[in-house]
Design a protein around this ligand. Structure first.
Ligand code: GDP
Length: 533
């Protein structure tokens, strides 16, 4: 049976690979910085990559991509803390938001959701959350910015439950907010952790803890605050969901923590609990059943992101893969399932805090980027196992912006078609065609509008084709799951559009939610999905 070496097993067991999701400005970067601080990966918070570049305008971003040859917006940060080896997957926000953001979640074993205490659940969190629930991975909530005026605690919890449809279980409970913020009460230990904003960028200084029934607590917490806390806790104990590790593991219950990333309050508490409750790399589904990293001794991984080189002198790309089992060694030969041949994985790299560095070894749970001569596609499997299994593919996510695309110079039809198809194959955009007509009209769909600019830029620079993009009013796309449906007979609303994707699968484009509902009502048995499998 299994001859998996203890060393490999131990390495995998201590891996914790998670993504941080949030709406822009909720504090994802700040929280990540503080995590790194505890890992000793950086001396002073504030040097995490990405922040400065994430704020760059599109043109600057392109320049940066060109200069460095690879993406500065995508990354994985690895550091060690408390005996764990932690991989944080970055999910870009703002204008960088793209399909890659979703795909990144496919590589994570759990997610940390950062919520701004004054705002509750926001749009981007909602979108990313959907992908997490689709995968049933554990989701942890960090309610941030308690040093600012916050929404009522019950309201915040209700918001998460109603908006996202997940039960919550607060591990600690805030005492006041903004100027009145005094700390958090740990429901387990019944201790109050007192807030102090003097730690900021440091790990020094113990957090003061004091029992809830200690008379000295009154030196920090007013009588009103204390009685409010007791009242709230009583209410929560009576009506709230009880903690259950099983439900947390299934992604049905989210442990909630309160804190203030900026002042470094509640961060270590969160990290300690989180690392204990989250999971080491779990089995992943393949066409030959689940592959368990504790049983499969051979190396296996799947590609979840491909970063094209923007420099036309170097058409090479970086393929990011999630290792699912075994040990990776630089320069090793692996079998590329979809390509049907052996390939050598060269120039493996990993992000360590703010630097990209070459690596020699990596293990199940880790993310590596390797040189791709243009042979890999999103979802591909690589393995040294003789069993040659293929991991379950990565779904296609629903684009939300659509445009009709035309080449300016009609003589360049061939380059145009070639370019746009290649860029679509890399997963940088999705392309669609009118259902019953030929290749005449090409519709491009993207998750984030920056992808339009990338398309235009790349077609101009790599294929020498100028294009014109005309925005279309569609905002919703649905894959048709029924295999037996006659698309010609399908009746929708007048503003609905029938298209097909690269694989010839039928899809519907809608302008609004209402049209989707009408169409479902008008066609009995019609099954629509937000994800293309
Ligand atoms: P991101 O867009 O989610 O990565 O958010 P950032 O980490 O960049 O934070 C956005 C802004 O909120 C920055 O100005 C931070 O300094 C600020 N911020 C982050 N965490 C806190 C916090 O706990 N309290 C306060 N008052 N501000 C915070």
């Amino acid at each position: 049976m299994s001859q998996i070496a203890d060393e490999i097993k131990n390495q995998i067991k201590k891996r914790r690979t998670f993504a941080i999701i949030s709406h822009p400005d909720a504090g994802k970067t700040t929280l990540t910085e503080k995590f790194l601080l505890y890992g000793g990966a950086i001396n002073l918070a504030g040097s995490v990559k990405g922040k400065a570049t994430a704020r760059h305008a599109v043109s600057d971003w392109m320049e940066i991509e060109k200069e460095r040859g690879i993406s500065v917006t995508s990354s994985v940060l690895q550091f060690n803390y408390g005996g764990y080896c932690i991989n944080i997957l970055d999910t870009p926000g703002h204008q960088d938001f793209s399909e890659d953001t979703y795909r990144t979640l496919m590589a994570a074993d759990s997610a940390v959701m950062v919520i701004d205490a004054s705002k509750g659940v926001e749009a981007q969190t909602r979108k990313l959350f959907k992908v997490c629930t689709m995968r049933h991975i554990p989701i942890f909530t960090f309610i941030n910015k308690m040093d600012r005026e916050a929404m009522d605690t019950f309201e915040l919890l209700d918001d998460i439950e109603n908006e996202l449809g997940i039960a919550t279980c607060p591990v600690n409970w805030p005492i006041g907010s903004g100027k009145e913020f005094r700390g958090v009460y740990d429901r387990n230990t019944k201790m109050v952790e007192l807030f102090s904003d003097t730690h900021k960028g440091t790990t020094q200084g113990e957090v003061m803890k004091i029992a809830i029934d200690d008379p000295k607590l009154k030196e920090w917490v007013t009588d009103t605050q204390l009685s409010q806390l007791k009242e709230e806790i009583e209410l929560q104990d009576g009506a709230g969901a009880e903690f259950s590790q099983e439900l947390v593991s299934k992604g049905e219950l989210s442990p909630v923590f309160f804190g203030s990333a900026l002042t470094n309050f509640g961060v270590e508490t969160f990290l300690l609990h989180f690392l204990g409750m989250t999971t080491s790399p779990l089995p992943r589904t393949s066409d030959q059943g689940a592959v368990d990293p504790m049983e499969e001794k051979d190396f296996s991984a799947f590609v979840f992101k491909i970063q094209a080189n923007m420099n036309k002198a170097h058409r090479d790309r970086i393929a990011f893969m999630r290792i699912c089992s075994g040990e990776f060694e630089a320069g090793m030969d692996v079998y590329h399932i979809q390509g049907g041949k052996k390939v050598r994985l060269s120039q493996p790299q990993q992000m360590m805090a703010s630097e990209r560095k070459m690596i020699d070894k990596a293990y199940g749970g880790d993310i590596i980027g390797v040189f791709d001569p243009g042979i890999f596609s999103i979802g591909d499997t690589l393995t040294t196992s003789a069993k040659r299994f293929a991991y379950e593919g990565i779904p296609t996510f629903a684009p939300e912006h659509f445009a009709r695309v035309r080449q300016v110079d009609t003589m360049k039809r061939k380059q145009f078609i070639k370019g746009i198809n290649q860029i679509a194959q890399e997963g940088a955009i999705q392309i669609f065609q009118e259902f019953n007509t030929g290749m005449e009209e090409i519709i491009v769909g993207v998750v984030g509008v920056l992808q339009f600019d990338v398309l235009k830029y790349r077609l101009e620079n790599e294929y020498n084709v100028d294009i014109r993009l005309d925005n279309l009013p569609y905002e919703y796309i649905r894959w048709i799951e029924n295999t037996d449906i006659d698309l010609d007979k399908l009746t929708g609303t007048s503003d609905m559009k029938k298209v097909k994707d690269l694989k010839g699968r039928p899809l519907l484009l809608f302008v609004n939610d209402w049209s989707i509902r009408m169409t479902t009502e008008r066609n009995e048995g019609l099954k629509l999905s937000e994800f293309g499998r």
